[in-house]
Design a protein around this ligand. Structure first.
Ligand SMILES: NC(=O)NCCC[C@H](N)C(=O)O
Length: 406
């Protein structure tokens, strides 16, 4: 690994390296019947979605950010026979296949694939119709699940790389996802972390591991400074996980304070970054519809678990922990309640800062983008009519690996 490759001590420092996934065939496995289970509200048009995603990546590359892709990193590590065999077994044994004979033949089938094909199946899943009709005995599960289309489930949410892992300081949190639909995504990150030369021999701390019990997702983790992070307590991230990761950060890293931000537990605001993101040193954007409902708590190091103290309100929590004379909470939606709610649903507050005061947003959120500009923020708009259908914006679609220190 390049010395200091993981380095995230802010939300807004110039972005130097990012991990993405370009949407692929997994999106074409979405059918109306399984939308909810797979955490989608609509069916995207893949061709257009990929164009939009290419443009998202280009905007970052044009500003000298190195873009890495899950699919390429996985392909590279799977050239190693041992890694590949263990990867295949992990996929099959953790796939709820419930049939030892089928597991055995699936493993044989996958071992015969080359790395590229294997990665495609690992991400897009394996539809029953794409599996050779081998001569095998039918088990109870085959009769019971006869209508279920997949042997290996597709991962249509993988392009929301933010949620899978979070670099905090010089360490990594490989998150425990809240829903089974996204479990395998975190296993991929663990493989990359363990075996890819980019990350290999990383002596840096693993703040959290996907095999732990309590869920925490990256959309809830905001690295505000070298000493302070905010973690959303949400539908997806549990208080127990927040305490566990906080205590580890206090004991082994430079983090001194964690602000736990409680937001309403509902799908529209599934993560903190769907309602609140940092856009500059002292500027944040927030969805006004939740401002009065948000509660903030300060966590500091304790003996075995962190000490917890309720804080006055979010603004005050940011001001005191970041030691700023004032902070601006810029309301999304341009001051209109209905526009704000409509644009929040389309990720108006899910901004990705690529430098202090420079953010990427979807072009469709016209009122929110105009408000950000009014507050002196440079807004780089990208098209996202198809990308947005998975319910995530530019921040959700990116996992920063390295930013310039502030
Ligand atoms: N940070 C984010 O808010 N990520 C968006 C994730 C959307 C995805 N369909 C999910 O429900 O997990």
């Amino acid at each position: 690994m390049k010395e200091g490759f993981f380095d995230i001590t802010s939300e807004i420092g110039k972005l130097e390296a990012v991990l993405l996934h370009r949407p692929g065939k997994e999106l074409e496995r979405l059918t109306p019947q399984y939308l909810q289970e797979l955490l989608f509200d609509d069916i995207p048009w893949l061709k257009k979605m990929r164009e939009e995603h290419n443009n998202f990546a280009k905007v970052m590359k044009d500003r000298d950010c190195s873009v890495y892709y899950y699919e390429s990193l996985l392909e590279e590590i799977l050239l190693d026979r041992e890694v590949r065999s263990s990867f295949i077994k992990d996929i099959v044994y953790n796939g709820n296949i419930d049939n030892v004979e089928l597991e055995r033949v699936l493993i044989e089938f996958l071992l015969a694939k080359d790395s590229k094909e294997l990665v495609e199946i690992a991400i897009a899943g394996l539809h029953k119709r794409d599996f050779p009709d081998i001569d095998r005995e039918f088990h109870l599960v085959d009769y019971i699940r006869v209508d279920y289309p997949f042997y290996i489930n597709p991962l249509p949410n993988l392009y929301f790389t933010r949620d899978i892992g979070a670099v905090i300081g010089q360490g990594l949190s490989i998150n425990k996802m809240n829903t089974p639909a996204r479990d395998r995504e975190t296993m991929f990150l663990k493989y990359i972390y363990q075996y890819h030369p980019l990350f290999k021999n990383n002596e840096k701390p693993l703040w959290y591991d996907y095999k732990e019990t309590h869920s925490i997702e990256g959309g809830d983790i905001l690295v505000l400074s070298e000493e302070v992070i905010a973690i959303g307590c949400s539908e997806r991230t549990s208080p127990a996980a927040i305490e566990t990761i906080s205590q580890r950060l206090f004991q082994q890293g430079s983090i001194e304070k964690v602000i736990a931000i409680e937001i309403p537990f509902t799908r529209a605001y599934m993560h903190l970054d769907t309602v609140f993101t940092m856009v500059d040193y002292d500027k944040f954007t927030i969805y006004p519809g939740i401002e009065d409902m948000v509660k903030a708590y300060e966590l500091t190091v304790g003996k075995t678990t962190p000490k917890v103290r309720p804080m006055k309100n979010l603004k005050d929590a940011l001001k005191t922990t970041l030691r700023l004379p004032d902070v601006q909470l810029i309301q999304s939606g341009g001051g209109d309640e209905i526009t704000a709610a409509r644009e929040q649903w389309n990720d108006s507050t899910n901004t990705l800062a690529i430098a202090p005061g420079v953010v990427i947003t979807y072009d469709r959120n016209e009122a929110s983008n105009a408000t950000l500009r009014k507050h002196g923020i440079e807004v780089i708009e990208i098209e996202g009519s198809e990308l947005v259908r998975g319910r995530g914006g530019p921040r959700c679609m990116s996992m920063p690996l390295k930013r310039q220190n502030q």
